[in-house]
Design a protein around this ligand. Structure first.
Ligand code: BYC
Ligand code: FE
Ligand code: FE
Length: 481
């Protein structure tokens, strides 16, 4: 199997031989100006002329696929890159298990597949829109470069889905591609498709929580789609996952550095009581209870992205061989799930209980469980950072029924420790569990930009190593005068 190198001779870098696929190349080229227009109006505000030290994908070889250089974001080479095909790949699950993977869209599944690809595509520009103001309050040039890197790669993920739509779905695909540039995050008339992508990302604490929790939903969904029997989707998602790892790194280390800074400042000031919020805030750092509230918010919003616990959509997509489970090939079962069950958390007579459901309809729940376990491993690493500083505090994930808008628990009010309460109780306590407007104001007060190379805002520690092994005072962004 050969790894196809990337063709930079066409306007759109690609490893899918676009130069000889004239119809698709034309469709993409006519979509391109609208994309650039979208990027300039909805992408990072105030930094379109800045030179940013970005990585660009130049191959799909897992070792060394990226090249780093200064680039103005609107000139970024957004490419169409698919992981190499596997000779003789078979559909790994569902009713077509063992049949050759499809290289074209199976007619009977066309609508379902188009919907999955469109939803995936819609989240990518949405996140760029949500993050467009962050450059102006970046705590360092290093962090500013990271948000821009995430943004250009989410832009590339949109290209990836648009390529699939235009190549495989004809006129409908071109219409979907056009609409992906028309919806807007948070817009009352034409919002983005999924809830969490219409929420604001008002500050850097939210950005880091978002890249930890919501990009991790991206990872789980892409892993499931990477199993797809529709081979072009599988290969596309496999390459996207290599980029996704950096997004989660930005979130995990961003929060880790914030924790580090807060705990060290508390220790230096001799503050033992984590709840002594006023004194901690006076140090110019973010208190741990406020960070916990942001964690509660972003985790619960991200859980909603898994859909309902019991879902016939999910069962149909699995049966059809379009969307599998996390690490499908490593699971020891029949990969058809016709007779299997899976324990699902449900509301039974006013209590949260585990109930066995047909495993097929519980596909979303299973992926969500795998997601929760993955999140927990990240929390364990954060808790080690806190522990090493000697501060007595631990992050925990809230109960999955807490603050939900989709699925089994959307109509009940539940505390972070899983007790169902009434509305009066919720209103009394909710500011202890979710960021209040006061918390938002406080965080905002810390979001003053720091643009001197090697310097960092008061509330976040420097990273241990630079991007691309650059020294601490490297000028990651050259801001246009
Ligand atoms: N908000 O059967 P149900 C990423 C709708 S993130 C609004 O429960 P299903 C990224 C649903 O559409 C990954 N509506 O759920 C991260 C359906 O409507 P219809 C994005 C929702 O279909 C950071 C109805 O409710 N990729 O990449 O099994 C930065 C019943 O649905 C929501 C994907 O999500 C919601 N949260 O599962 C950048 C993968 N949830 O059909 C990027 C593709 C459900 O009755 N999408 N509904 O009109 C899917 O696999 C599925 O569509 C979902 C929903 C998992 C999202
Ligand atoms: Fe993405
Ligand atoms: Fe991402």
């Amino acid at each position: 199997m050969t790894i196809q190198s990337v063709d930079y001779s066409t306007k759109i870098p690609n490893n899918v031989n676009l130069a000889e696929d004239r119809a698709v190349l034309r469709a993409l080229e006519s979509w391109h100006p609208g994309y650039i227009e979208w990027w300039k109006t909805m992408g990072p505000e105030g930094f379109q002329d800045a030179l940013v030290y970005l990585r660009t994908a130049v191959s799909v070889d897992p070792k060394g696929w990226a090249k780093f250089d200064y680039v103005k974001m609107p000139d970024y080479r957004w490419g169409i890159l698919l992981a190499p095909g596997e000779d003789g790949r078979k559909i790994p699950f569902g009713r077509h298990l063992g049949e050759p993977a499809w290289q074209e869209v199976p007619g009977e599944y066309r609508a379902m597949l188009r919907r999955l690809i469109t939803i995936q595509g819609d989240t990518e520009p949405a996140s760029v829109e949500q993050q467009r103001h962050l450059g102006k309050t970046a705590p360092s040039l290093y962090d500013m470069r990271n948000v821009f890197q995430v943004n250009v790669e989410e832009g590339r993920h949109l290209w990836a889905m648009v390529y699939l739509l235009q190549k495989y779905f004809g006129r409908d695909g071109r219409e979907e591609a056009a609409e992906l540039l028309q919806r807007r995050s948070g817009d009352a008339d034409k919002p983005r498709m999924l809830g969490a992508f219409n929420e604001a990302t008002p500050d850097w604490l939210s950005f880091h929580m978002f890249t930890f929790f919501t990009d991790r939903d991206g990872k789980m969904q892409l892993e499931s789609l990477a199993q797809s029997g529709f081979d072009p989707l599988s290969r596309t998602c496999r390459f996207m996952l290599t980029e996704e790892a950096h997004h989660m790194f930005v979130g995990e280390t961003g929060i880790g550095r914030t924790l580090q800074r807060t705990c060290e400042a508390m220790k230096a000031a001799g503050i033992e009581d984590v709840e002594d919020i006023e004194r901690v805030r006076a140090l110019g750092v973010i208190d741990l209870p406020t960070m916990k509230k942001k964690l509660n918010l972003h985790y619960s919003l991200s859980l909603d992205l898994f859909g309902s616990e019991v879902s016939t959509n999910a069962a149909n997509a699995f049966n059809a061989g379009l969307k599998g489970r996390f690490q499908e090939s490593k699971i020891q079962d029949d990969h058809k799930l016709e007779n299997a069950t899976y324990p699902v958390l449900k509301l039974v007579d006013g209590a949260i209980k585990r109930v066995d459901e047909p495993a097929l309809t519980a596909i979303n729940m299973r992926l969500r469980d795998d997601y929760t376990a993955d999140c927990q491993r990240g929390l364990d690493r954060w808790n080690k950072i806190i522990e090493r500083t000697g501060v007595a505090y631990k992050f925990e994930l809230p109960n999955v029924a807490f603050h939900r808008h989709i699925g089994e628990f959307k109509d009940v009010l539940v505390t972070p420790d899983g007790r169902i309460i009434d509305e009066a109780g919720w209103n009394r306590e909710k500011d202890k569990w979710l960021p209040s407007s006061d918390d938002g104001e406080f965080i905002k007060s810390l979001m003053t930009p720091v643009t001197e190379p090697g310097k960092f805002a008061s509330w976040i520690a420097p990273p241990r190593v630079g991007i691309d092994n650059k020294p601490g005072d490297f000028e990651y962004v050259k801001i246009a005068a």
